[in-house]
Design a protein around this ligand. Structure first.
Ligand code: CO
Length: 296
């Protein structure tokens, strides 16, 4: 890998870590998710990075893909299990990292299980290593502590301007013989739950992504699509960002673009049995046989 490219992956990771830690430090009872998201986004701007995707702030049974909506009114309560999943982009070189906090508390076995699973997974992650070794480490760690791994969520390959690319790294052993890339970037993200370990789509959608450049008929729609393609380069974005910029009528245009196939929706993911969910995530760079956890 070229030195310049390596440097950008590492800087994006460092920014991701700073942002994650900053977000965690702000969590307290009474804090609103919208304020938290805005603080995260402000921090990113200060650090001169762009969001690789909207900050995911998912509470309790919600596993992922919730970002505050326009005029969001959700406020954190003592005991809420909050997953903070953030990504920083520097010219499309991205990081992806997550932590779980129990609001107002700091001793929770579910959270510890997900945290330990990530640590065990990182120990066995190596270039051309077996993906199943990671899956096995995650599953074992979580099950031995009396919880379930979420089987249909997992780690993933990362490429420039592509948050989910190539390898899928299941949170459960599958017996697969597939190996990891020799060089490049992956994210490992164990999810532990008190439920059965399966997420389903809820009907709510707050995160979208460009799918194709099929142009809407209305002028406002065309302006929005043009903005999305230039500003996000195919990375996921928040509905809220578009409504804040273009006004609330943009909502109708976004719906039209979803219906025409121009935009892809990320449904908010919920644990099927309403189990509580904890998650941790780091980004790893493989370069010349070396493993660098960029977000640690
Ligand atoms: Co990820």
């Amino acid at each position: 890998m070229e030195a310049q490219e390596r440097e950008k992956w590492i800087l994006a990771g460092k920014a991701g870590k700073t942002i994650r830690e900053y977000a965690v430090s702000l969590v307290k009872p009474g804090e609103s998710l919208l304020r938290l998201a805005r603080e995260i986004e402000k921090k990113m701007a200060e650090l001169n990075v762009k969001p690789a995707f909207p900050p995911n702030l998912s509470i309790n049974q919600i596993a992922a893909h919730y970002t505050p909506k326009f005029n969001d009114e959700i406020v954190l309560k003592e005991g809420d299990i909050l997953k903070i999943d953030v990504g920083a982009s520097i010219d499309g070189f991205v990081s992806d990292t997550a932590a779980t906090v129990v609001v107002g508390q700091n001793n929770n076995d579910l959270v510890k299980a997900a945290h330990a699973a990530l640590a065990e997974a990182i120990k066995v992650a190596k270039p051309v290593g077996k993906i199943d070794d990671i899956s096995h480490a995650i599953e074992e760690t979580i099950r031995s502590r009396g919880f379930s791994p979420i089987v249909n969520l997992g780690g993933h390959g990362i490429k420039r301007y592509e948050i989910h690319e190539g390898d899928f790294i299941p949170n459960c052993a599958t017996g697969s013989k597939k190996t990891l890339r020799k060089e490049g970037v992956i994210a490992i993200e164990p999810f532990a739950t008190t439920g059965g370990g399966y997420v389903v789509d809820s009907s709510e959608v707050q995160i979208l992504m460009l799918n194709n450049l099929k142009s809407p008929r209305a002028k406002l729609g065309r302006e929005i699509l043009d903005f999305i393609s230039k500003e996000y380069h195919g990375l996921p974005f928040a509905k809220r960002w578009i409504l804040e910029k273009f006004g609330k009528f943009a909502d109708l245009e976004l719906k039209g673009m979803v219906n025409s196939g121009a935009l892809y929706e990320f449904n908010v993911l919920k644990e099927r049995d309403n189990g509580l969910v904890a998650q941790f995530e780091h980004t790893l760079l493989f370069d010349s046989g070396e493993v660098i956890v960029t977000t640690m």
